[in-house]
Design a protein around this ligand. Sequence first.
Ligand code: ATP
Ligand code: MG
Ligand code: MG
Length: 558
Amino acid sequence: QEPVIANFIRNIIDDDLAQGKHSSLLTRFPPEPNGYLHVGHAKSICLNFGLVQGEAAYPGQCNLRFDDTNPEKESTEYAESIQADVRWLGFEWAGEVKWASDYFDALYQYAEALIQAGKAYVCELNAEQMREYRGSLKEPGKNSPYRERSVAENLDLFRRMKAGEFPDGSKTLRLKIDMASPNINLRDPVIYRIRRAHHIRTGDAWCIYPMYDYTHCISDALEGITHSLCTLEFEDHRPLYDWVLDNLDIPCHPRQYEFSRLELFYTVTSKRKLNQLVTEKLVAGWDDPRMPTIAGMRRRGYTPEGIRLFARRIGISKSDNHVDMSVLEGAVREELEHSVPRVMAVINPLKVTLTNYTEGVTAARSAGFHPNHPEFGEREVPLSAEIWIERDDFSDNPPAGWQRLTPGGEVRLRYSYVIKCDDVVRDAAGEVIELHCSIDHDTLGKNPVGRKVKGVIHFVAAAHALPIEVRLYDRLFSVPRPDAMKDEAGAEIDFKTFINPDSLSVVTGYAEPALAQAQAEARYQFERIGYFCADRHEHSASRPVFNRTVGLKDTWSK
Ligand code: ATP
Ligand code: MG
Ligand code: MG
C-alpha cells in the first residue's frame, strides 16, 4: 500500500483535532439519486469515507445522505445503485442511510422560524422577473415588490403554499438577505418552490420542496457533520450555507471546505450527460463497460482497490484536476498485476497443425496461475494436434529483431515445447490460413540442444479450447474534451458528436479449458494480451463472455 498523501483538508482536520475542536469526525457523501455514480463521485467517496475508514483513518464515521429534493428526476433504482456502488468500493456508512427528505418537516419548521424573524418572505415574481430583479455581476439587483410583506401575511401565504392553495410556480419563499450583495447567491435566494411532483419517499405529502442550498446546510447541521466537503463550484455558496446556519437556532455549525472536481480526459463526468447516452441508447446502459460510471468500471473489470489507488494518486487540492485516462488505467493495471491469475487465450486465432504430435508421447505440463503467487494454484496446460496461436505472432516477412514465428523459424510455446514452422498454407487470395509446424520433443522444460530459441508465444490447444466471446473496449470519445468542443463560430458542439465509433469490437477467441470454471466477474490476465473480466450479466458456462478491462501496456499516453 502506498503512503497517504497529506492534503489541505487533512491539515485542517489535524489542526481541529489538535485544538480539541473535535475528537472524532463525521463526514458525509451527499449524492442526488438522479443517476448512477461516476468516477468523479468515486473521488468524493474515497475522500469522505477514506478519512474515517481504511489505513489512514481518523476516528469517526461517514454518512450516506441522499439529497432528494428534486422529485421529478429521482428514482429508487438510482438510490439503490448508489448504495451498491459505495459498498462495492469498500465503504460502509454510519447507521441507516440518511435522506434530506427525513428533514422535510424540520426544514419547514425552520422556514417558519425564518419568516417569524422577518428573514424570509413569500414572493410572486415569476422566473423571468426574478432573473431581471436579480441583477448581474456588474450591477446590483432590485428588491422584490413583495419583500416588505408583514410576518403575518408571509406566514399565512407560506402555510397556504404548503396546503396546496396555489398553482405550481406561482409563489416562492425567499430569504431576505441583500439584493446588492456582490455574491449573487445572497440576493434573496429562493428556498422553497411549489411543485406538484410525486416523491420517491414522501409520495404526494408535499407540494412545496426546499432548495438544495437551504436543505444541505441544515441537513449537515442536524446530523452533526464536522467537515462538509464539496467541490469548488460551491465555494460561492458557502456564505449562504453559513448565513442560514447563523440565522437558525441549531447548536451545530459544520464547516464547508471545497476541493476541485475530477475531470477525466476522453470521457464526461456529468450525470446529466451520461443520462443522455443511456436514454438515447448510445451505450448499452448505465453500466456499459465504456461508461465512466462506477457500475460501468465494475463491469469492465476494474477493481475497487484499483479505483481507490487512483483516487489516492490524484490527490485532493483546489487546483485543476483534469486527469489523463492513463492514470486511472495505470492504477487498475498495477493492482491487477498482483491480484489475478494468468491464463492463455487467443483472440485473433491462426490455426497451427503440429505434424508430429503423438497422443501419449507429447506431454502436457502443469503451470502456476501466477509467477509470484503459488497459492493461486496450478493447472495442466494441454496440447493437441491442432493449436491456435495469435495471428500477430506469425510473420511472413518479419522486421529485424522478430522473435516470434516465421517460415523456417522456431519459437517456444509457453509452458510447452519448441516448435518449428515447416509450411505455410494459404488461401486463393494468398492469405495465410494455417501453419504446419513440428515439435522438438526434447524441449519440454529444457532448452533445445545446440541452439537458442528466444521467442515464447502463447497458444491454446484446439481439442481442449473453450470458445469465448471477447469484447474489446476502447475510449468512448475520440477527443480529449468532448464537452468543451466549439465550432468555428464559437458555438458549443454537442458532446455526443464525438463518440468514438470504434469503442467496441466483439471477436471470438479461444481460451484454455481452465476458464470453463470462470464465474461472472472473475478476472484474469490473458498472457501477453491484457486483463479481462467475465461479464457480470451476460457471461455463463454455456456462453462465456469476457470484457477487456485494460491492456498490458499503456496505449493512451503515446
Ligand atoms: P453531476 O453534475 O454529475 O450530477 P453532482 O455534483 O450534481 O454531479 P451529486 O450527486 O450532487 O452530483 O454529487 C455528490 C457528491 O459528489 C457531491 O459532494 C459532489 O461535489 C461530488 N462530486 C460530483 N462530481 C464530482 C467530480 N467530478 N469530482 C469530485 N467530486 C464530485
Ligand atoms: Mg448536486
Ligand atoms: Mg448535478
